[in-house]
Design a protein around this ligand. Structure first.
Ligand SMILES: [Zn+2]
Length: 248
């Protein structure tokens, strides 16, 4: 190749880079086609998008959480997991997989204890210790908090140092242990902006979650992480504040 040809190629490089940059994926692919979501018929009226967040407490538990991650991956669905620190220790690979699959991760204390009535040292042994452990495992430190039993007071809010996420749909899966009943409760109460509470330590809850994904996909819902749910609504999540839903 002559030097004129080389010069032309060098001149084209910035243009090529600009072209690639404009082709980058958008930060929130709100209208992206998702696996499991039927593509709209040409000319058909687009149904309005509804967004909902699945959240799972008390894990990870290797057997059930792994099956859930498989099922969510097959369906292209992202969820949010509030983890017990003590269970992270022996399941670090499962937690890394969650993170790599794009799920959001939150704290649910180290030993699943009530956070109210603790002194600062005991609070730190539950929340700060879990945060430090997850930071070691994942290399980032942006975790939401869900207090066990959803019980909190002003001291918990002050010490949280991150947003506190509760829920708007509780099918009491831990009590009923019945996939069909739990899934029916969720689909009957689902709304645009709901946050669903489940526990990925029960096989029935994993079954219920996957049934819910399939049914709500048919109804036009898209599943997203808690951060995405609020970001799509333009609601900023602030440290020490409590959030139960992101209703429009
Ligand atoms: Zn819990």
């Amino acid at each position: 190749m002559g030097s004129a040809g080389k010069r032309r190629i060098l001149w084209l490089l910035p243009l090529l880079a600009l072209g690639l940059w404009t082709l980058r994926p958008a930060a929130v692919p709100a209208d992206a086609a998702l696996p499991g979501v039927p593509a709209p018929q040409p000319g058909a009226r687009q149904p309005e998008r509804k967004y909902i967040a699945l959240t799972f407490d008390d894990g990870p538990r290797r057997s059930t959480t792994t099956r859930l991650l498989d099922g969510l991956a097959e369906r292209g669905v992202k969820a949010t997991f509030f983890l017990i620190g003590a269970q992270v220790e022996d399941n670090q690979d499962v937690v890394r997989r969650m993170d790599e699959q794009g799920h959001q991760i939150g704290l649910h204390t180290y030993d699943h204890v009530l956070l109210t009535g603790l002194n600062q040292a005991d609070f730190d042994a539950q929340v700060k210790r879990s945060r430090t452990l997850l930071k070691q495992v994942l290399g980032h430190n942006d975790f939401l908090l869900r207090p066990p039993y959803g019980i909190l007071d002003e001291a918990v809010k002050t010490r949280a140092e991150c947003p506190i996420i509760l829920w708007s749909i509780d099918p009491e899966d831990w009590k009923y242990r019945n996939a069909r009943q739990v899934a029916a409760h969720i689909t009957a109460n689902a709304q645009d902006g709901s946050i669903i509470l489940l526990h990925d330590i029960f096989p029935e809850s994993v079954d219920a979650a996957l049934q819910v994904v399939d049914e709500l996909h048919r109804q036009g819902y898209l599943f997203c992480t808690v951060d995405e749910l609020f970001s799509l609504r333009g609601i900023p999540l602030r440290a020490g504040e409590t959030y139960c839903s992101a209703y429009p």
